[in-house]
Write a protein that binds this ligand. Structure first.
Ligand SMILES: NC(=O)c1ccc[n+]([C@@H]2O[C@H](COP(=O)([O-])OP(=O)(O)OC[C@H]3O[C@@H](n4cnc5c(N)ncnc54)[C@H](OP(=O)(O)O)[C@@H]3O)[C@@H](O)[C@H]2O)c1
Length: 332
């Protein structure tokens, strides 16, 4: 590789509105302006990367584009006093991989305000096993804990084999919560038990609860990653004064429910936004992920591919046939 060049996944729009990705050689000087140039050592794949790689204009407006909302690596150049050359850092979310060239390139250049100093008890590789999905799981659990959902409480996790869901199941079970996992698309019961789910239930049939504003009270709290009917089921089933977090719409963005879970059971609904999460909460969550919540089976949750193996994995996310986390080794 010539000096000043790097390899990256580049998605281009072809005639007829199709979007195709290929690994291309790029110029470092072509990266956007920013305070910190990072040599990305590991990246990871998230649902949003699949959307960006598929031409979803809600995520990425302009193509050609390099997706990748996650990158962990070493500072190569810094115009900020907060970061020095060689320092290990994590960059996730904000505009990375959306309309800013992302972590599926071996270099990124970003504002210093997006950069997190990597906790020493986490390797670059481990930080990307978590990635945005794991960080979002962490934000969800932190919300519940801050609300007063304590150890030993029962928590429902939806979309449990997915990136966010599998890390949420793992953190919660490791931290002493009793976890019920919803698993429906592909039967992954053995995997879910191995990461600490004590009960596994199928996707509830909406017809069974049609017209019922509330269902039997079953869990102290819920982490929902699916949205739609699943979020409605969680809100209707959580015990009085419990809490539900909502981060995703893998199932649907639309919800149809009454106000009764809120006004008759006092249920709290917390929205989770990893993209613009304030830096204080961001670093607090990364420190929890690197410390108290770091579960021993972190490695088991992930499969590793090189940059050349990224496109088939994105296809699997699109088809819903992947599980857990996929990390991308960005070495040459
Ligand atoms: N708010 C934020 O900051 C933030 C951050 C990260 C991700 N997200 C969002 O969170 C969601 C999950 O992300 P992810 O990375 O975990 O995605 P993922 O790896 O694709 O997992 C999604 C999981 O949802 C379940 N699922 C999908 N379609 C479903 C349906 N129609 N009905 C029921 N379950 C369904 C599947 O689990 P089972 O096979 O186990 O049922 C699937 O594995 C996405 O919508 C993503 O955009 C939001």
């Amino acid at each position: 590789m010539a000096e000043n060049t790097y390899r990256a996944l580049v998605v281009r729009e072809s005639e007829g509105g199709k979007f195709n990705g290929a690994i291309e050689t790029m110029q470092i000087e072509g990266l956007p302006a920013g305070d910190v140039l990072v040599r990305v050592r590991y990246s990871s794949l998230n649902y949003k990367d699949m959307l960006s790689a598929s031409g979803n204009r809600g995520v990425t407006r302009k193509y050609p584009h390099t997706p990748g909302i996650d990158g962990a690596g070493t500072v190569e150049e810094s115009g900020s006093p907060d970061f020095k050359k060689g320092e290990e850092v994590i960059v996730t979310s904000y505009d990375l991989g959306m309309n800013t060239s992302g972590g599926l390139g071996q270099y990124i250049r970003v504002p210093a305000s997006w950069v997190v100093k990597k906790p020493s008890s986490l390797s670059l590789r481990e930080s990307m096993i978590y990635g945005t999905a794991g960080f979002t799981a962490g934000l969800s659990v932190l919300r519940l804990v801050d609300y007063g959902i304590g150890k030993g409480s029962s928590v429902l996790v939806t979309g449990a084999t997915g990136g966010v869901g599998s890390v949420a199941v793992s953190i919660l079970s490791h931290a002493g919560f009793k976890v019920t996992a919803v698993n429906g698309l592909n039967d992954e019961s053995a995997f879910l038990e191995s990461i600490g789910a004590s009960e596994i239930i199928p996707i509830p049939d909406p017809a069974e609860s049609a017209g019922k504003p509330m269902l039997k009270e079953r869990w102290d709290a819920a982490v929902d990653t699916v949205g739609g009917n699943m979020l409605v089921f969680a809100l209707r089933s959580v015990k009085g004064n419990g809490a539900v977090t909502c981060c995703g719409n893998a199932g649907s963005a639309d919800i149809s429910l009454t106000v009764y879970p809120f006004i008759l059971r006092g249920i709290a609904l917390f929205g989770i936004d990893s993209q613009n999460c304030p830096m204080e909460r961001r670093t607090r969550t990364w420190n929890m992920l690197a410390g108290e919540w770091k579960f021993p089976w972190l490695e088991k949750l992930s499969a590793e591919v090189g940059l050349d193996g990224v496109i088939p994995q994105i296809d699997r996310i699109r088809a819903g046939t992947h599980r857990g986390r996929i990390i991308v080794n960005m070495q040459d």
